[in-house]
Ligand binder design. Structure first.
Ligand code: GAL
Length: 355
């Protein structure tokens, strides 16, 4: 009796295990794909009519403006992983921050007969040439990270931009300062004195973050004083040098260090610490991207805050739009930008973003 019961129990357990494993007939997932985000963080508002069957597989060429960029490294890794997990053949190339080189890479991809291109332009000003080239070749193209104008994109209906609205990130940086106990006016002289460490000024992300971070302060009725604005080209070392020079020149006058991205903010933090200043006590420091290093510093109180530039969400959005294009979708003029939201990161919510 005991033996029959034990056998019965074993049979039930075996059945339960098989059911939990989906009957064991599922192919083994060797890609770790169950952790991936398949959809962009927010559903694009102006998506075109997508044909019913998105194309499966194909050869995809990905052009990145330069590999040696902290944020774009996270982005390209996410993009490559998602494309491969979906069964695409992917080749990712490094433009080395050289537009002429990237133009050649685009032409090579076209000669090789890729099915679609995903391009992070080296220079926004090259958008017209890039768009004309892919249009001539009839290659469906997703532009990422560096947004051309709506007029430029209107030249080709098999082209879409996936990115973020940089104005939003600038506004959020300003709000991070407004959320501090003295709204950025540490010395109480009635104005917020800041330095601005700018990315590559040719890029709308740099232009809008510079403008809208300060606008958020003035819109809230704060008086502001710009002590210095220097281009740091998104680069950590430049961020450090610029901040060190400004601290030597302006000293305690600096109340806020605005950095257009986190990598420059991490560099600026090194200069702040070397000058024996203390973030959130006698100086504020904000960036954009939510790089792991910046999340750590926000959590440790060494950065006032940052703004999530959602690499995973944008990569997922780029892949989704590319699949629609491969399925034959076209885009109407003025409906060629798909945005993923930025998110403000403060010491209160930083834990939600740390891996
Ligand atoms: C921005 C990002 C920067 C840099 C830049 C490159 O969106 O915040 O860190 O990667 O793109 O274009």
């Amino acid at each position: 009796m005991k033996k029959t019961f034990a056998l019965l129990l074993a049979a039930i357990l075996m059945l339960a295990t098989l059911t939990a494993c989906g009957g064991g007939d599922k192919p083994a997932d060797t890609t770790g794909g169950d952790q991936q985000t398949q959809e962009p963080a927010n559903t694009p508002e102006e998506t075109p009519e997508a044909p019913e069957e998105p194309a499966a597989g194909g050869n995809i060429g990905v052009c990145i403006y330069k590999f040696d960029d902290a944020f774009m490294t996270t982005y390209r890794n996410a993009l490559e992983k998602m494309l491969k997990e979906k069964g695409f053949e992917v080749t990712v190339v490094d433009g080395n921050n050289d537009q002429a080189k990237q133009n050649e890479q685009i032409n090579t991809f076209i000669t090789q007969g890729v099915d679609a291109l995903i391009i992070n332009p080296v220079m926004t000003s090259a958008a017209d040439t890039i768009i004309a080239t892919v249009k001539d070749a009839g290659i469906p193209t997703v532009l990422i990270n560096r947004e051309p104008t709506a007029e430029q994109m209107a030249a080709y209906d098999k082209l879409v931009y996936v990115g973020c609205d940089a104005r939003q990130s600038g506004t959020m940086q300003g709000e991070l300062i407004l959320d501090t106990p003295n709204k950025g006016d540490i010395n109480g002289d009635g104005k917020v004195s800041y330095i601005m460490i700018q990315g590559d000024p040719e890029n709308v992300d740099a232009q809008y973050r510079t403008e809208f971070s300060v606008k958020a302060l003035t819109d809230a009725g704060m008086e502001v004083e710009e002590l210095n604005l220097t281009r740091g080209d998104w680069d950590r070392e430049k961020g450090q040098t610029i901040c060190a020079n400004d601290l030597a020149q302006f000293g305690d006058k600096i109340e806020v260090v605005f950095c257009n991205n986190d990598d420059m903010a991490i560099g600026a933090l090194q200069a702040i610490q070397a000058a024996n200043r203390k973030v959130n006590e006698d100086i504020y420091l904000v960036g954009v991207d939510a790089l792991d290093a910046a999340l750590n510093e926000v959590s440790n109180g060494n950065m006032t805050g940052t703004v999530l530039n959602d690499a995973e969400g944008q990569a997922a959005g780029a892949v989704a739009e590319m699949e629609k294009l491969l399925g034959g979708a076209t885009y109407a003029a003025n409906e060629q930008s798909v945005y993923v939201d930025y998110v403000k990161v403060t010491p209160d919510n930083v834990g939600d973003f740390m891996k």
